[in-house]
Design a protein around this ligand. Structure first.
Ligand code: XBP
Ligand code: MG
Length: 260
């Protein structure tokens, strides 16, 4: 039976990267008197490195190699802390919005008695800001488990955060669906054995999503159907509880056939 839905945050619940995280990084660089600027395409390349502090460290390695490891690490930590402050402020100002279908699916799944969980590489402060300013009022209480950077320091594609969530939910991977937007996120969820639905965005559309149950443009809304880009089809252009249960039944049948 399908018992829980586990959601990634950045790029999945909301388009947080271009107008949220990226802008916050640039503001932190400016505050520190650095002339670094991550434009939209460069940020797309840097997104291959999961985790904000890790992303800054990677950038220092390529664009500021004169810093030694200790200096680079200390600078990355300082910049990342400042970046989090900027990000939280930006979210408070309404800079990021939920993606199509997200509020609808969360409310439906909660009403249907499914457990909800978060599995993200981002930090607790950022998750809380998004819940407070972008999710429907009271949505925080719908979530049985929220796991982020503080709970799982090994960032995706490492499966650690999904293992933490499965442990806390006390469910088998096959009783859950994961929702991701990126190849790294898909790998993390699949390495934990969780069937995964990918909803692509402008930064991830061209990535390789082998092993996803379905790859969709978004979760769809009534009158605004989502497109299926690969994998299992959508009956009505909408990812809703009925569709998820159908997909889960298909998935279970297929697993049984593979096992016999
Ligand atoms: C998202 C990320 C995050 C954010 C920055 O990955 O890579 O690192 O860009 O967040 P995912 P922090 O959606 O796969 O979880 O600065 O808080 O690390
Ligand atoms: Mg993501």
């Amino acid at each position: 039976m399908l018992r829980a839905l586990i959601f990634d945050v950045d790029g999945t619940l909301a388009d947080t990267e271009r107008d949220g995280h990226r802008v916050a990084f640039n503001r932190a660089f400016a505050d520190a008197g650095l002339d670094w600027h991550w434009d939209v395409p460069r940020y797309g390349e840097l997104l291959r490195v999961a985790g904000g502090r890790e992303r800054i460290l990677h950038f220092i390695g390529s664009d500021a190699p004169h810093l030694d490891a200790t200096e680079g690490d200390a600078l990355a930590r300082r910049l990342h802390a400042r970046k989090t402050e900027h990000y939280v402020r930006l979210v408070g100002e309404g800079a990021v919005r939920l993606r199509p279908g997200v509020a609808r699916l969360l409310a439906e799944a909660h009403a249907a008695g499914m457990k909800l969980a978060i599995a993200t590489t981002t930090s607790r402060a950022n998750i809380e800001a998004l819940f407070e300013h972008a999710l429907p009022a009271g949505a925080l209480d719908w979530f049985a488990v929220i796991a982020g950077a503080e709970d799982a320091p090994r960032k995706k594609p490492n499966p650690q955060v999904y293992r933490v969530v499965l442990d806390a939910l006390q469910l088998d991977a096959h009783e859950c669906f994961a929702f991701e937007d990126s190849a790294a996120g898909l790998r993390a969820a699949r390495s934990s054995g969780i069937p995964t639905i990918v909803a692509v965005n402008d930064y991830t559309r061209e990535q390789e999503f082998h092993g996803a149950l379905s790859v969709v443009s978004d979760l769809g809304e009534p009158g605004r159907p989502a497109a299926v880009l690969a994998g299992a089809r959508l009956a009505d252009g909408i990812v809703d509880v009925r569709q998820l249960r159908r997909w889960h039944a298909q998935y279970v049948r297929l697993e049984r056939r593979v096992a016999t």
